[in-house]
Write a protein that binds this ligand. Structure first.
Ligand SMILES: O=C(O)CCC(=O)C(=O)O
Ligand SMILES: [Fe+2]
Length: 303
């Protein structure tokens, strides 16, 4: 018997979804995306996925080992697919969950990364991990740093690599240890692992402290998934989203997408803090609106 994850739909009450997320560390939201959104994202990314080489040398071989062989990665997805930026990254249910989980600890949350993970035939199980381990310097215990999801762009089955999740592991005492110490801490038993089997357009949403990993793919169907996560607006993001979706491109997106991408000022003046993310002492999202960002207005050394 494997563990299970509570299931909701896109019209479920956010309070109930968040209550289950807080209790179990993970929920499945079936039908989060309309199938037409799934289709458009698949189409808009087709060329980038075709070009992706699962064996491309990365700056650190650990990054390759982490995802395992046969996995095509496409990063900076909001900069490649407008539908992803607008209808996936700004999905109302995901943002409502972020409001509840992240907003208590920041003035504004932001995209952490939008990463396509296509676990191809032959892919092995990914290492089980906690996503929040990337911020190993933040002292523990700490507030929720991240809200993560893996969204299915084909039906996810146990056989084709559905994400594996350990419900309740966000409450394990070892979460308070450093990431290095956690490696030698308690490891999940096979019957503590749930498989996020779900139809295309659904998502498994989980906390930064929940142990999880991609599954092995023993089928001949590439498992198309998007790892989409959000983090506190004052924390360094995994992907440099300003470079992946530069101002020229961001200017073509709706304001809400620009804000989530991190272009909006993090204004914590009312919380006893200050401003983060200014450009020319202005809010970059306002500069975008006025067409004053993304166009070269000054050169170096008077050029
Ligand atoms: O691909 C998956 O199912 C999980 C990916 C993941 O956990 C990660 O990249 O951090
Ligand atoms: Fe992960």
């Amino acid at each position: 018997m494997s563990a299970t994850i509570e299931r909701f739909t896109a019209t479920s009450d956010t309070n109930a979804v968040c209550a289950a997320l807080e209790l179990d560390g993970a929920v499945i939201v079936e039908g989060l995306l309309d199938l037409d959104v799934v289709e458009r994202v698949n189409d808009e990314l087709e060329a980038a996925i075709d070009r992706a080489d699962p064996n491309e040398a990365l700056f650190n071989p650990v990054m390759q080992a982490f995802h395992g062989p046969c996995t095509k990665q496409v990063t900076g997805v909001p900069g490649l697919s407008r539908t992803f930026a607008v209808d996936v990254m700004c999905n109302p249910m995901l943002l409502a969950i972020c409001d509840r989980i992240l907003l208590p600890s920041c003035a504004r949350y932001q995209l952490n990364l939008g990463h396509w993970l296509q676990r191809g035939p032959g892919a092995d199980e990914q290492w089980l991990h906690r996503d929040e381990a990337v911020w190993s310097d933040v002292p523990r215990p700490h507030p929720e740093l991240q809200l993560a999801s893996v969204i299915a762009f084909v039906d996810f089955t146990r056989e084709n690599g559905a994400t594996r999740i350990v419900p309740g592991s966000h409450r394990w005492p070892d979460r308070q240890l450093s990431p290095a110490e956690q490696m030698s801490g308690p490891q999940p038993d096979p019957d503590q692992i749930a498989y996020a089997e779900m139809p295309a357009g659904s998502a498994v949403v989980y906390s930064g402290g929940t142990i999880h990993g991609g599954g092995a793919n023993s089928t001949d169907i590439p498992r198309r998934g998007a790892h989409l996560s959000y983090t506190l607006g004052w924390l360094r993001t995994e992907e440099n989203n300003y470079l992946s979706t530069p101002p020229e491109l961001a200017a073509t997106l709706p304001r809400r997408a620009q804000e989530v991408l991190g272009y909006a000022l993090h204004d914590s003046l009312g919380r006893g803090g200050g401003y983060l993310g200014m450009v020319r002492m202005q809010d970059p999202v306002e500069l975008l609106a006025r067409g004053e960002l993304g166009t070269a207005t000054s050169g170096l050394g008077g050029l």
